[in-house]
Design a protein around this ligand. Sequence first.
Ligand code: PLP
Length: 680
Amino acid sequence: MQEIYLDNNATTHVLPAAVAAARQAMELGFGNPSSTHATGLQAKAMMEATRQRARRLLGVGEGRLMFNSGATEGIQTAVLSALCALRERRDAGESIGSLLLYGATEHKAVPESLAHWNRLLGLGLTLRKLPVDSDGRHDLQVLAALIDDTAMLCTMAANNETGVISDLSSIAQLLQERGSDACWMVDCVQALGKLKLNLAATRIDYAPFSGHKLYAPKGIGMLYVRAGAPFTPLIMGGGQEGGQRSGTENMAGIAALGAVLAALEDGHTFCSHTEMAAMRARLVASLQHALPGVVFNMPLALSLPTTLNFSVPGLSSKELLDLFDAASVRVSSGSACSAAKALPSYVLEAMQVPQWRASSAIRLSFGPLTDAATIAAACVRIERCGEALRNSGLLAPAAAAAPENATVSSLLRDGVTELSFDGQRSWLLCDAASASCAIIDPVPALVPRLAAFVQGHAYRVRAIVHTGAVSDFRAAHLALLQTLDLQQLENFDADGRLALGAQSLRRVECGAASVYLLDQRFAFLGAVAPQVLAPGLLAPGTVLCTAHDDGSVCNTVRAAAGSVVPGVARQLAPAELPAFLLAHPDALVVDVREAYEHAACTASVFDGCQVASVPLSRLANTVDAWLQQPQRPLVFFCRSGNRSARAAACLQRLGHANAWQLQGGMALAQLSLQAQPLAA
Ligand code: PLP
């Protein structure tokens, strides 16, 4: 399935003309622009032509425009320049103000650079965040209150996570009205190619740009410095860039950037604002249809026409990201540099977006090169994602479809499902034949998910039980009864048994705790050790399900007693998979991603071999059968390799001799198996 890349605010692919220009610069025009021979002069001519083009496009007037490595360096240079000048002015007895004021939604490079240079230069100024309103725009009242004491002001033209466009003219007006001499930096990274810029006509002192946000390669950027604004070089050396930025220039990068700027100037290559707005409207409609309840975390009218930031009730950013990734739609959960850390976005927090929305947020961003066909294809996949969620019971069925008509995956209708939050586990027991279920140890944070699951499947809840202290459980129990509109449930008979279809759930008191057994197949122990239970209650193969999530998935009585020989952890590189499957025709390839991820991914690099879908959250159902055939190779895979590693480690610990994990998950398999398909 071809990837649809909708994470252009993180980075873009490189424009083919830019690739060609870079190649030409490396192969033919490889001269050093500082050399005085013909080869050098040719290289210099290309560089200066690019600079002239940039000067025209950005309207830099008499200002400086230097090439550098990207916006982080540009921000650094601007901050250093401003702070050096401020120090000089203060040393000369001038009053400079005490604040380094920056927008609360700025890229991290801004506050980090301010703090760094403030410390290194011994300025001792105070860093202060300029708050934004719920639309993500700077609070001009606070700015008005602080501006007289502000030495440097840093704002951005458009935000990378939300696309919110700053009201720069109101800021400029305020600076002018108050006669402020604060140095003003405007991060223009996300504006290039999407907003009209005429820098010299503004009060802006510094404007950094980054090539890789607009189809040039990484490692090339530009910095605009207003004529007359203070300047101090960040890098000293051979005096390149007129002594403003030493170091031999990145000529391939400059050539590529030149091709992008030429495309911007020709007016035919990139989409117009109207075309981009129409594509975004199409995506909005598709998201609203596929994911009912979707909320946009930015005002559409005040944002870049290429960015959407949205949340879906009941789903975390991680789940949505995994789902979109499975459908080969690349989006992000916030900015790329913070996406690796599972923290709620500081940008959305600054906008005081409710907690649930901040932790469910997804950024979808395309660029001026994206075409309508790509957006149409993305809409089809978004629809498929919505369907996969509905089929898994994670989204309420569409209003028109009665729950019983919904094609809930039969796999999900039956058996044991683990839901985990912050180290705590809840267990859901489903019986498809009787359309009923029991909930064990509900965790308060998981109540909406459990409720959606039950409602999505249209199951009757027969019991909500707990293994530990009642106080921990009461809030979740009540919330579930309320959400599901249920009366008190008391379905256990005098022997402590509850029929769940043909199965029987049995309560066994164990001191202050209770343990629940499902026909000797599963024991829900909470925090109770299996050894303290009366002999005969459990079988050696009983699967033990605890309330504490230590990452181990599940255990068996046999393994807990130390009477199995653990297998060896095995890793399979994606390139080794075709040969492995040829050598082991009985191998079972298992997708341990959630069922909705599996469903969203209709075609994959694993075409040509049979793939079983057993989500990690449902692994407990299958371990017993797999342990009956301890030599049959099991090859687990997931998106990135984390979940499959846990599945393989679990099976190995329980005594399976041949459990493998596909290294790097789908992400790396895609690269490797495209070259060497399994079907071949
Ligand atoms: N500023 C903004 C708004 C950005 O989006 C980024 C990139 O993520 C940067 C600065 C840093 O740019 P670069 O990657 O060129 O250092």
